[in-house]
Ligand binder design. Structure first.
Ligand code: TXA
Ligand code: MG
Length: 317
């Protein structure tokens, strides 16, 4: 049985985590499947629940920068600068680890760290200690952005879900490797390459050149973000002939093929709006029994880089 609670019942979540249970909870990006990072048995239960490949390390969530970097071996100045600017927020920093948690690190000597935005979540972490948490989807599925999405993948398997409403960002955090001489973006996300370059100047520009799409994060090798429906990314929706059992997603009504029924259309108002709603639309397409999702591409700059990264992966094989 899965119990659903709200963020006014955090003592329940705190007790569950303290006794080694896995708890699904919202962050500003997507819902995570959390356990105390120190608790080997509990963290291994996350991998089993998700059916996550064992070679894919987890992000550790801390209450504040001091807690985060307390787990790191040597933190370069540029990583401290990124933390100062973007934490709490949707940015994960990969650093050399001071702890030996093979169940979290999955064979790596590094650790991915982030301080999430929601104040209540930081309070919970201050109470129970650092939390290891991947996205709360079954491996390969789109990340959940509501409690209902978590239940559709894990109902009856995860003991507790904290329902904090829909996630604000809707896409997973930006992952930046800070173990080299300059930052490298391993996974584009809500904190953009342009924002990073803006803060770090010269050093940040190196991140842009070698960054987006070229990094190798262990998780990027695996199948990802895919609904059951086949995803196709096109430059111009309006040029298509409408097909049955297909959900068309674009920037404005004018962008859709002529004669398409309104129930087959979903529109976004901005790239940020698209990011926040994308995974919900993927899941809705499956719930409606759609065979395909056809979505119009966005320019791959700013947050658009993260959106296109997820769309490209969703459209793979
Ligand atoms: O927004 C997010 O990051 C969400 C919320 C719950 O915080 N979490 C999330 O976790 O998306 P997950 O496990 O679904 O994705 C984590 C990504 C994976 O691609 C993983 O390979 C990478 O971060 N990662 C974790 N630890 C790493 C490390 N030590 N070195 C390189 N990449 C790492
Ligand atoms: Mg994930």
């Amino acid at each position: 049985m899965t119990r659903v609670i709200f963020i006014d019942q955090l003592d329940v979540a705190s007790a569950a985590l303290g006794t080694g249970q896995v708890v699904a909870l919202p962050t500003e990006t997507v819902y995570g499947l959390a356990a105390r990072a120190e608790d080997e048995t509990a963290v291994r239960a996350i991998f089993a629940l998700k059916r996550r490949p064992m070679d894919n390390p987890l992000i550790v969530h801390a209450a504040h920068t001091e807690m985060a970097f307390g787990l790191a071996d040597a933190v370069p100045d540029f990583a401290r600068e990124l933390a100062r600017t973007f934490w709490p927020g949707p940015l994960s920093l990969v650093v050399d680890s001071a702890v030996d948690w093979p169940w979290v690190q999955a064979g790596h000597t590094t650790l991915a760290l982030r301080v999430p935005s929601p104040r209540w979540l930081r309070g919970l972490i201050a109470d129970v200690g650092p939390l290891a948490a991947p996205s709360a989807n079954r491996s390969g599925r789109p990340s959940p952005t509501t409690a209902a999405h978590v239940l559709s993948d894990l109902d009856g398997e995860v003991p507790l879900v904290v329902d904090g409403g829909p996630c604000q960002e809707g896409l997973e955090s930006t992952v930046v490797d800070c173990t080299g001489p300059a930052p490298r973006v391993l996974r584009p996300g809500p904190i953009t390459a342009e924002q990073i370059a803006g803060v770090l100047g010269e050093v940040g520009n190196i991140a842009e050149e070698t960054g987006v799409g070229h990094g190798v994060s262990p998780g990027t090798r695996h199948r990802h973000y895919q609904p059951q429906a086949r995803v196709r990314v096109v430059d111009d929706l309006a040029a298509l002939t409408p097909e049955p059992a297909t959900l068309y997603i674009g920037p404005a009504e004018a962008a859709f093929p002529h004669g398409m029924p309104p129930e087959s259309q979903r529109t976004w108002g901005s790239v940020q709006d698209l990011a926040a709603r994308l995974y919900a639309w993927f899941r809705e397409a499956d719930a409606l029994g759609m065979r395909a999702v056809v979505i119009q591409a966005v320019p791959p700059t700013g947050l658009g880089a993260a959106v296109m990264n997820r769309l490209d992966k969703a459209a793979e094989g």
